[in-house]
Design a protein around this ligand. Structure first.
Ligand SMILES: [Zn+2]
Length: 186
């Protein structure tokens, strides 16, 4: 139940952000944070931490992102979007309540965490654009993932996850090559 509820909210918020802020890829996460009244900081933290969301009554909500060189730009952007997801998805929680979510490589994937990931994926890689670019780049399947992840400002890994979700067969080219190789060898 909670899972469905969070997921619905995540999808609605991502869609609404594109609608109301007239976003363009690569999505400007700083602008979204600003519009929401969230202070977004970048700091160098220990490797384990990706970022966190902190809300204390009477102060602007804070998102902090680990900008250490070991965290690639695409990953930092995904974390930023994920933390903004925490802000939006927790808006129903009473304003007098303190909130703190630490996202690290050890963070357990609860329904809320999965919903924040969902929000981030949809915010950074909206379905209509993913489908359009996937189609536009059909003549260049070997570079498609790289080009698309560059345009959306996400990691190639996140791009592949999104394509799998949408049932877009990004490995067609690999598979054909491999099966040709197998055919020739065996
Ligand atoms: Zn989180």
């Amino acid at each position: 139940m909670a899972d469905l509820y969070f997921t619905d909210d995540a999808e609605r918020f991502a869609y609404k952000a594109w609608e109301t802020l007239k976003l363009e890829p690569p999505v400007d996460v700083d602008r979204i944070a600003e519009r929401l009244g969230v202070d977004l900081y970048r700091e160098e933290f220990v490797e384990e931490i990706d970022g966190f969301y902190l809300r204390i009554p009477g102060a602007p909500p804070v998102v902090a992102i680990n900008n250490s060189y070991i965290k690639p730009c695409g990953r930092q952007r995904f974390t930023s979007a994920h933390e903004i997801g925490h802000h939006l998805l927790c808006r129903r929680v009473k304003t007098k309540t303190r909130l703190f979510y630490l996202d690290s490589v050890r963070t357990r994937k609860t329904a809320l965490e999965r919903a924040c990931d969902r929000f981030a994926a949809l915010l950074l890689m909206p379905e209509p654009l993913v489908r359009q670019w996937f189609e536009d780049l059909s003549a260049n399947p070997e570079n498609r993932v790289a080009i698309m992840s560059e345009r959306f400002g996400v990691s190639a890994w996140a791009m592949r996850v999104r394509l799998r979700e949408l049932d877009l067969p990004y490995r067609r080219w690999d598979r054909r090559r491999r099966s040709q190789g197998l055919g020739a060898g065996g």
